[in-house]
Design a protein around this ligand. Structure first.
Ligand SMILES: *Cc1c(COP(=O)(O)O)cnc(C)c1O
Length: 396
C-alpha cells in the first residue's frame, strides 16, 4: 500500500514539531512600517528587509497607482510572447544606468533570478565555486546546472585560490558570492575575491540582495562600493524585494548578458511578466533613492547608533558592518525565548537557530531601517537590556 497523503502530512509535521523546527509565521495586521501591528500587538519592527521604508513610501505608491491605471493589473503573457510592456524595458534601462552596467534584465524575484541566471549561463564542463554561506536560492540555482560545483570557505580568498588551483577547467569559471551575507551582516571581501578570480580568468557573480539600496553611493550596491561596477567580468544579481520595496529580481553586467538570459533563463521564458503596479513602484524607488539623500543617511545613522548601543550594553553583534545586526544568544532555545520576551515588550525581532545558522551561534537578527526614529531604537534597546539581563546574556 502506498503512503496516504494524510499519513505523509501528519508524519512530517509531527517530526518538525518534535524537533522544534515547525514554522508558523506571525501576521501583520497593519502595513509594513518601522512601527506596525503584529498579531494584534503594536510593535517596533526590527524584522523586515524594508531598509529604506519603500514598502509604503508615498512616491512609490503614487507611481504604482499611475501604472496600474494606465497599464492594468497584469502583463497578460510571459515576456517572450506578448508580456513585455514598454515599462519593463524602461525599468531595465534604468537599472543598467543605475548599476553602471552594459545591460540589465528584470525577473520575478531574487530567488528566480538565481535559478534563471545560474541555470541559464552555466554548462557542462564549466566550474562554479561558491561561498559556503551563500543564500539558499544560489544553492538551488546551482543544482540546476551540469557545471562542476565546488565550495570555498566563507569570505576566504586564499581558500578560493586553492579551489581554483586544484580544479583547472577549459569551460567558463565562475566565483559566486553574496555581496552582504544575510545572517551575519558581513561583506564579501570583493576586492580580494575578484583579484583571485581574475588570476584564473574567472567571472565573479555577486548576489547583492541585502547590499543593493544599502551599500555604495546612493545605494548602488556592494559591487559599486568596491569599484567594480563597469567590469565586464562581474555579474550583479539581486532582489527588488528588499530595499527597493516591491518584488522582483535583476541581473546586470556585460552588454551581452541580457540577450542571452532572454533566451536561456527559464523563469523569464516560462513565467508571466511582472505586474505594472510593481514595475511602477520599482521605477519610482530608483528615482527616489537618487533624489532624497536623507534615506541612506538615516539608514546608516540608525545602523551605527543601534550597533554602538547594543555593544555598550554588552551584546555580541558578531562584527556586523551593515544594517543587519545579529545579537548572539548561544543555542536556539535561548534565541527563541529572547524573541518571545522582546515581543512581550513590544519589539518584533525574529530568532534564528540551527540549521539556518551554526548550532552555538543562534541569534536574533535585527534589521534597522531608514524609517526607525531614535525613540523606536531606544525602546528596542531598553527591551534588549531588560531581556538580556533576565536571561543572563549580559551582566548586571
Ligand atoms: C532574499 C534573498 C534572495 C531572494 O530574493 P526574493 O526577491 O525575496 O526572492 C536571494 N538572494 C539573497 C542573498 C537573499 O538574501
Amino acid at each position: 500500500m502506498p503512503v496516504t497523503l494524510s499519513d505523509r502530512l501528519s508524519a512530517e509535521l509531527s517530526g518538525l514539531r518534535e524537533s522544534g523546527l515547525l514554522i508558523s509565521p506571525r501576521v501583520l495586521d497593519a502595513p509594513q512600517h518601522a512601527r506596525t501591528t503584529v498579531d494584534g500587538r503594536e510593535v517596533v519592527n526590527l524584522a523586515s528587509n524594508n531598509y529604506l521604508g519603500f514598502a509604503n513610501h508615498p512616491a512609490l505608491k503614487a507611481r504604482a497607482a499611475e501604472y496600474l491605471q494606465k497599464w492594468g493589473v497584469g502583463a497578460g503573457a510571459v515576456r517572450t510572447i506578448a508580456g513585455t510592456l514598454r515599462i519593463h524595458e524602461e525599468l531595465e534601462e534604468q537599472i543598467a544606468g543605475f548599476k553602471h552596467t552594459g545591460s540589465a534584465l528584470v525577473l520575478h524575484s531574487g530567488f528566480s533570478t538565481n535559478q534563471g541566471v545560474l541555470g541559464g549561463l552555466l554548462k557542462e564542463g564549466d566550474l562554479v565555486v561558491s561561498d559556503e554561506l551563500n543564500h539558499a536560492s544560489i544553492i538551488d540555482g546551482l543544482r540546476l546546472t551540469k557545471a562542476t560545483r565546488k565550495v570555498f570557505k566563507h569570505a576566504d580568498p586564499e581558500d578560493l585560490d586553492r579551489v581554483l588551483r586544484e580544479n583547472p577547467t577549459e569551460g567558463l569559471i565562475m566565483v559566486v558570492t553574496d555581496g552582504v551575507f544575510s545572517m551575519d551582516g558581513d561583506l564579501a571581501p570583493l576586492d580580494r575575491l575578484v583579484e583571485v578570480a581574475r588570476r584564473y580568468g574567472a567571472v565573479t557573480y555577486v548576489d547583492d540582495a541585502h547590499g543593493s539600496g544599502v551599500m555604495g553611493a546612493q545605494g548602488r550596491g556592494t559591487v559599486h562600493h568596491f569599484g567594480f561596477e563597469y567590469a565586464d567580468d562581474v555579474i550583479q544579481v539581486g532582489t527588488l524585494s528588499k530595499a527597493w520595496g516591491g518584488v522582483g529580481g535583476y541581473a546586470a553586467g556585460h552588454a551581452g548578458l541580457r540577450q542571452l538570459l532572454i533566451n536561456r533563463a527559464r523563469p523569464y521564458l516560462f513565467s508571466t511578466a511582472q505586474a505594472p503596479a510593481t514595475v511602477g513602484a520599482l521605477a519610482a524607488a530608483l528615482d527616489e533613492v537618487q533624489r532624497d539623500p536623507t534615506l541612506m543617511e538615516r539608514l546608516w545613522a540608525n545602523t551605527r547608533y543601534f550597533k554602538a548601543e547594543l555593544g555598550r550594553l554588552g551584546f555580541d553583534t558578531f562584527g556586523s558592518v551593515t544594517p543587519i545586526t545579529p545579537v548572539i544568544f548561544g543555542e536556539a532555545p535561548a534565541a527563541f525565548e529572547a524573541s518571545r520576551r522582546l515581543f512581550d515588550e513590544g519589539i518584533f525581532a525574529v530568532g534564528l537557530g540551527f540549521p539556518t545558522v551554526p548550532r552555538t551561534l543562534a541569534r536574533i537578527r535585527n534589521i534597522v531601517t531608514a524609517e526607525h526614529t531614535r525613540d523606536d531604537l531606544d525602546r528596542a534597546l531598553a527591551a534588549y537590556e531588560k531581556v538580556g539581563r533576565a536571561l543572563g546574556t549580559i551582566g548586571g
